[in-house]
Design a protein around this ligand. Structure first.
Ligand code: NAG
Length: 357
């Protein structure tokens, strides 16, 4: 009797706990989730947290509300591992591209982050990009706040932040004729190559192609940073109620994320990190150009060989058919004795010649 009441008590407390968790958990807008699920511009299985939502009838995600404070997070459901799942020694590379717009107004901008498991439960939007207190993340921040920390930077820069301590690289977008928060749609590419351990960030206007030169490049060993830990990939925007109460709308129009395991034999290829760092993609491009030229040459040689072989075959067949045609009428005149004799004579002469030599 006592055990059954205790059991029912624990059951009801579990139920209460469940209901409590259910009600207090940061809402994942399941509707928005569905809406994104059928959107070809987005990876499937992206969850929305905080104020992030998909407006009725629109195909883009609005990350923040127009009243500060507001914060929104897009997070891929599947974690990223710095090493391959099957082989721990095999590092993984990734590439991602997303397009976004930031309207003029008060907000921190937008950040692309790789951050350890459980961030969505800790995400309260506090501090720039809700990252204060986080200490093992990699963030690319498209920052629309004047930065007093990193060399008094203007309110229009992109930076790479590691561990939440400091910016390791900053790019002044004003000198590149790009403006983050004029409402224009921009597109960014963030790529990490695990063999050269190089992280590259590119940014362009939405209708332009992927630029050849990155705006930022930084060498970092993600395996050293996270080992085999699960890391989640997200896009964040925050607007803190500091100065004005009107925050700017931040929209995300597309987002795709790709992972590629690098073979360990490729990993051992010599990569001069300094060369990569300084001359960046130029060297990579030259390398690519060289190998491209070589493959073209190889293909050309192969094609020429095939053509020659084909031509030879055609000639051979033609020769056979021609000789058949010429032999045939001869066969028909089998009754012609002179011809036969002549032929025999020729053969005999030839044999004589051979003997003389
Ligand atoms: C950023 O670039 C603009 C335009 O070239 C320049 O006026 C400004 O001083 C630069 N800011 C910093 C912090 O370098």
């Amino acid at each position: 009797m006592a055990t059954s009441s205790r059991r029912s008590y624990t059951f009801s407390s579990n139920l209460r706990m469940f209901i409590f968790l259910f009600l207090t958990a940061k809402p994942i807008s399941s509707f928005a989730h569905q809406a994104l699920h059928n959107n070809p511009s987005f990876d499937p299985h992206i969850s929305l947290f905080g104020d992030a939502r998909v407006e009725d009838g629109s195909s883009n995600v609005q990350l923040t509300r127009s009243h500060a404070p507001s914060s929104g997070l897009l997070l891929l459901d599947k974690p990223f591992k710095s090493t391959s799942v099957r082989n721990v020694d095999q590092p993984t590379s990734f590439s991602t591209e997303f397009s976004f717009s930031i309207a003029p107004g008060n907000c921190d901008g937008l950040a692309f982050v790789l951050i350890p498991n459980g961030f969505h439960t800790r995400f309260q939007g506090q501090g720039p990009f809700g990252l204060s207190g986080e200490n093992t993340f990699l963030g690319i921040e498209f920052d629309t706040k004047k930065d007093d920390k990193a060399g008094n930077f203007n309110a229009n820069h992109v930076r790479i932040d590691i561990h939440g301590l400091e910016s390791v690289r900053v790019s002044n977008l004003s000198s590149l004729n790009l403006v983050l928060n004029n409402g224009d749609v921009l597109k960014s590419w963030v790529e990490y190559d695990s063999s050269s351990k190089l992280l590259q960030v590119r940014l362009s206007k939405h209708d332009q192609n992927r630029p050849l030169n990155p705006i930022l490049a930084y060498q970092i060993d993600l395996i050293e940073m996270w080992g085999n830990e699960d890391v989640f990939v997200g896009i964040i925007s925050t607007a803190n109620a500091e100065s004005s109460q009107i925050s700017s709308n931040v929209n995300v129009y597309s987002w795709r994320f790709r992972v590629r395991a690098v073979q360990s034999w490729m990993h051992s290829l010599p990569a001069d990190p300094r060369g990569y760092m300084d001359k960046d993609s130029k060297e990579v491009r030259e390398e690519k150009g060289k190998s491209c030229a070589l493959t073209i040459l190889a293909r050309l040689i192969f094609a020429t060989g095939c053509g020659a072989l084909f031509a030879f075959l055609v000639l051979f067949m033609w020769a056979i058919s021609v000789s058949r045609h010429t032999v045939f009428p001869v066969k028909c005149e089998l009754g012609h004795n002179d011809f036969r004799y002549e032929k025999v004579n020729v053969i005999v002469e030839k044999e004589d010649q051979c003997d003389k030599v």
